[in-house]
Design a binder for this molecule. Structure first.
Ligand SMILES: Cc1cc2nc3c(=O)[nH]c(=O)nc-3n(C[C@H](O)[C@H](O)[C@H](O)COP(=O)(O)O)c2cc1C
Length: 137
C-alpha cells in the first residue's frame, strides 16, 4: 500500500506557504491551508506554521486541537520563523494530549523575514534532506 501523505499549513505572510509548496513538490501531494479538512485517513500529516509574537497562531492551535486521531497516524511538523522560535513545543503539547504521534524529524527554517520568502539554497537542501529522511524512515 502506498503511504498516504497530506500537507496542511497556516501562513500569514506566505513564507510557510512557500515551504509547504516546496514539500509538496517533493512529496507529490498538494499543500493546502488548514481550511481544507482531512477527509481520508493519512499516514503522515505534514503540519506547518509561522511564529508570531513568540507563538503559533491560534488558528493553527485550534486546528491541532480539532484533528481526528483516528484519521492521522503521524504528524511531521514544519515551519518558518524570523528567529530561533518554532511552533514545535506548543503544537506537540496539543498533539501529545490527543495521543497523535509526532515524528522525530521536523523541518524548521529560521531567519525567514515576513513576506520575504527568503529561503536560501542551503535551506532548500534541508528541505530535500528532510523529505528523504522522512520517506526512508
Ligand atoms: C506579526 C509577526 C510577529 C512575528 N513574531 C516573531 C517572533 O516572535 N519570533 C520569530 O522568530 N519570528 C517572528 N516573526 C517572523 C515570522 O515567524 C517569519 O517571518 C515567518 O516566516 C512568517 O511565516 P509566514 O510567512 O508563513 O506567516 C513574526 C512575524 C510577524 C508578521
Amino acid at each position: 500500500m502506498a503511504i498516504m501523505d497530506a500537507i496542511r499549513y497556516y501562513s500569514r505572510t506566505g513564507n510557510t506557504e512557500k515551504l509547504a509548496n516546496m514539500l509538496a513538490d517533493q512529496l507529490n501531494v498538494k499543500a493546502e491551508t488548514i481550511d481544507t479538512p482531512i477527509t481520508d485517513t493519512v499516514d503522515r500529516l505534514f503540519l506547518g506554521g509561522g511564529v508570531y509574537n513568540m507563538s503559533a497562531d491560534k488558528h493553527l492551535k485550534e486546528y491541532a486541537k480539532d484533528l481526528d486521531p483516528t484519521k492521522v497516524k503521524e504528524v511531521y511538523l514544519f515551519g518558518t520563523s524570523g528567529s530561533v522560535f518554532t511552533i514545535e513545543k506548543q503544537i506537540s503539547k496539543i498533539l501529545d494530549k490527543k495521543k497523535i504521534p509526532i515524528a522525530d524529524q521536523h523541518l524548521f527554517l529560521h531567519g525567514v523575514m515576513p513576506k520575504m520568502g527568503n529561503i536560501s539554497s542551503h535551506q532548500q537542501k534541508e528541505v530535500t534532506d528532510f523529505v528523504k529522511g522522512a520517506v526512508t524512515q
